[in-house]
Write a protein of this length. Structure first.
Length: 129
């Protein structure tokens, strides 16, 4: 009988919509990133020829988090769980205007156990003059 109860419990925990908070298999999932600010928030187009270090501040960053600039995922350096950096250049941004910046964290290896993992932050705008 106890094996049957265990199987029912596992089925309930791994079903769609199961909360990470009640699923014991969700201990090592990656949190969804949250973006709070970028620095600098304005860059001269000519400065991109030499490269500009963009810092993204927020929370829930992990070493696998990427900074996405106008749809291009860029490998970032995770300085902490609240700070990422990436070098921008003219290969990434080639014209003036508004550039969308967000953070994406891949799902990792949570498997198919009903856990949500990773995700994409909201968007902040970098202005290119």
């Amino acid at each position: 009988m106890s094996v049957r109860l265990l199987l029912i419990a596992l089925a309930l925990l791994t079903s769609a919509g199961c909360s990470n908070a009640i699923n014991p298999f969700c201990g090592n999932v990656r949190p969804s990133p949250e973006i709070g600010s970028i620095s600098p928030s304005t860059v001269a187009l000519s400065d991109l020829d030499q490269g500009v270090l963009l810092t993204v501040n927020g929370s829930n960053f992990v070493p696998a988090s990427e900074i996405v600039v106008n749809g291009k995922a860029l490998a970032a350096t995770a300085l902490s769980s609240s700070k990422l950096q990436v070098m921008l250049n003219s290969a990434v941004i080639s014209q003036q205007g508004s550039v969308n910046v967000k953070v994406m964290t891949p799902s990792g290896n949570s498997g198919d156990v009903g856990c949500t993992s990773g995700g994409t932050s909201s968007i902040l705008v970098l202005t290119i003059d």
